[in-house]
Ligand binder design. Structure first.
Ligand code: GLP
Length: 263
């Protein structure tokens, strides 16, 4: 696992965007680059930078297919807290050459969640698998909506959200946890770790425990993000604020080993 520590959120975002852009630009297979994407506040800086590069003509999305991590169950596209709405409003609508038919987001209004999730897995497979899955994590270490004690080999499916997650996410729903949907459709931990590369953004003091669990804790379903320790192409991009619970040795190790700032 690589852990790339940047001074602050902006630098972390620019580093991650540059990494993703380099991968897309270097992709020369005769199939599109397949990119997994998260929602939340963590990736907003990366999205802004990718949009800047795209509009400046430095990065094309014409040959990119995207798969989003998750979607609330029961929220229509036009609901301003649906992840469909977030992704279009924050990212897709600002790109000059993203093809709408290349955007894949789980349908939270489906009346057949199991079928919808099975089709999502099949579509990922039919695209040749995900080249790079970008993610964020919750304060409890959830990756996508894979709450603590979700199987580390889970596939895309329906998930119950914990009370804690609904409280944390209630900041987007007028502060009322009851307004946060109780269930979501989500890729599984196994879906994420099947990707060739996984790049997870972790920033801020409130994620310090989760970062330590991801990097230093044992692999455990209690912290689903810890599954990344078994992935051969996992990168954590984080900021200084998130490093507060790492041991000094771990912190020094990654600063030392990453000092060349290689891409
Ligand atoms: C939600 C999403 C996760 C995301 C998490 C963290 O629960 N389902 O995919 O990683 O929020 O969000 P934030 O980046 O806002 O801290």
């Amino acid at each position: 696992m690589r852990v790339v520590i940047q001074d602050n959120y902006d630098k972390m975002s620019r580093w991650a965007a540059a990494y993703i852009a380099a991968k897309i630009n270097a992709h020369n297979e005769d199939r599109p680059f397949v990119l997994g994407l998260p929602t939340g506040s963590s990736p907003i800086g990366v999205y802004k930078e990718l949009i800047r590069m795209n509009r400046a003509g430095e990065l094309s999305f014409a040959n990119v297919v995207t798969f989003n991590m998750d979607e609330y169950l029961g929220l229509p596209h036009e609901h301003d807290q649906s992840y469909w709405y977030f992704m279009h409003d924050t990212f897709f609508d600002h790109l000059v050459d993203m093809k709408p038919e290349n955007i894949n987001i789980l349908n939270g209004m489906t009346d057949d969640p199991a079928g919808e999730c099975a089709r999502y897995e099949e579509k990922i497979a039919s695209c040749g698998g995900i080249d790079l899955f970008m993610g964020g994590i919750g304060v409890d270490g959830h990756l996508a909506f894979n709450e603590p004690f979700t199987s580390l080999s889970s596939r895309t499916g329906l998930r119950d959200l914990t009370t804690d997650t609904r409280i944390v996410n209630s900041r987007f729903f007028g502060g009322d946890p009851e307004k946060v949907p109780a269930q979501a459709l989500s890729v599984g931990i196994g879906t994420v770790t099947d990707s060739k590369e996984v790049l997870v953004l972790i920033s801020g003091h409130n994620k310090a425990r989760a970062l330590a669990a991801t990097v230093e804790g044992g692999v455990s379903q209690k912290w689903t993000c810890s599954a990344l320790q078994l992935h051969n192409g996992a990168i954590i991009a984080c900021d200084e604020a998130a490093c507060g619970e790492l041991t000094v040795d771990t912190y020094k190790y990654f600063l030392d080993i990453e000092k060349k700032e290689r891409l």
